[in-house]
Design a protein around this ligand. Structure first.
Ligand code: ATP
Length: 362
């Protein structure tokens, strides 16, 4: 199933004109503040009636202005996860979940409640009311309620934005499981580079109401010409497998035949991980460095370079482990005579990779 969205809408002073495809999995809408993400989500939800648009997945048509099709919001079969859980305060968790299921069409293929409860770890919370739940727990219940309404699409508009770092870290794995174990596609709005790197199957980048990039996450995040969240957010994503945990606290990973060492990762040997490597944490070296404290040295070939207006440059390196981006100074790029096609080594400190930048693939 492939959701196809094309929407045009003009407000005074801002126009949205976008078209993108959301394949199964998580499609993250990213882009700076005011780029049109919420307007687009509202159009999908049916809360905004755009001037023109077509939103459909096969024969399931939510909107087709040319044909006069405009499904009302409650007919769209969408599951929502908002910033704040928006649970019913007077109902218990069990009743909140049942409310979601009550809205599912009788003939719909529904997730099994017990499975959803297990997947989200909310069994012990079933008899509590929302006032007795933490922010993270509320959000897990909200995800469960959305899932049990048998949605054909889940809309998550910055669902972690209101949570502190610890709660974010608690919730993200549930979205990872949702992506990998539930067949409902998810449209997920996020500003956070880590969330995008960990969750996205597909990334759609908006800027001033237009789509400036869309495609598989590794391609979009590995494109040195894009920096949706600013220079500090540039970083590529690698997929690696846990090989073993060493006694000195390091975890050894394998990616494309190369070893990577990171501070202890809480995942069993054999697990598959997505790791965001921030471009500013990568050093480039022409020779294979010797006598260096950094443990991760990935040889590769320069694929592309982008010199910005300031002192920085982004170098895209294709390694056996995948695409790595390095943010270095233009002065260094010139001094090292870096150019596409050149063989260099990417050097990454183990401790530079934060736990929050490591996601699980289920
Ligand atoms: N009802 C409206 N009338 C006029 N302009 C609007 C309306 N709603 C949104 N806009 C404008 O449309 C632009 C896009 O807003 P939108 O909320 O979609 O951005 P966003 O990418 O979701 O931003 P943020 O990340 O800050 O939530 C903004 O310039 C906003 O001021």
């Amino acid at each position: 199933m492939m959701l196809e969205v094309a929407v045009k809408h003009a407000f005074k002073g801002f126009s949205l004109d976008v078209a993108f495809k959301a394949p199964p999995g998580v499609t993250v809408l990213s882009g700076r503040s005011g780029s049109g993400k919420t307007t687009l989500v509202n159009a999908v939800a049916g809360l905004l009636m755009p001037d023109q648009g077509c939103i459909a997945s096969g024969d399931w048509v939510l909107l087709d202005t040319a044909k006069g099709v405009r499904l009302r919001p409650h007919k769209r079969r969408l599951g929502y996860v908002f910033q704040e859980g928006r649970l019913f305060p007077h109902l218990t968790v069990r009743q909140n979940l049942a409310y979601g299921a009550w809205f599912a069409p009788k003939d719909a293929l529904r997730e099994d409640t017990a499975r959803v409860v297990e997947m989200l770890g909310i069994g012990p919370l079933l008899d509590r009311r929302p006032a007795a739940l933490s922010g993270g727990e509320k959000q897990r219940v909200a995800i469960g309620r959305a899932l049990l309404s048998a949605p054909r699409l889940i809309l998550a508009d910055e669902p972690l934005a209101a949570l502190d770092e610890a709660r974010k870290a608690e919730i993200l794995p549930y979205f990872e499981r949702l992506r990998d174990e539930v067949s409902v596609p998810i449209l997920y709005v996020s500003h956070s580079a880590s969330e995008v790197a960990r969750l996205a199957t597909t990334v759609v980048v908006l800027d001033a109401g237009r789509v400036v990039a869309q495609g598989p996450a590794a391609d979009v995040l590995g494109d040195p010409h894009l920096r949706p969240g600013g220079a500090r957010d540039v970083g590529a994503v690698l997929t690696a497998r846990v090989l073993r945990h060493h006694e000195d606290g390091l975890t050894e990973l394998q990616a494309g035949g190369l070893s990577l060492f990171l501070p202890q990762v809480a995942a069993a040997p054999g697990s598959s991980l997505r790791i965001r490597i921030a471009a500013h944490d990568v050093i480039l070296s022409c020779e294979r460095p010797q006598g260096l404290s950094a443990l991760n040295i990935l040889p590769g070939t320069i694929a592309e370079m982008r010199a910005g207006d300031g002192p920085g440059a982004i170098v895209a390196l294709d390694t056996a482990a995948g695409r790595v981006l390095a943010r270095i100074t233009r002065r260094s790029a010139t001094a090292m005579a870096l150019a596409p096609g050149m063989r260099v080594h990417a050097v990454i400190k183990s401790v530079a990779v934060a736990a929050f930048d490591i996601g699980l693939v289920f």
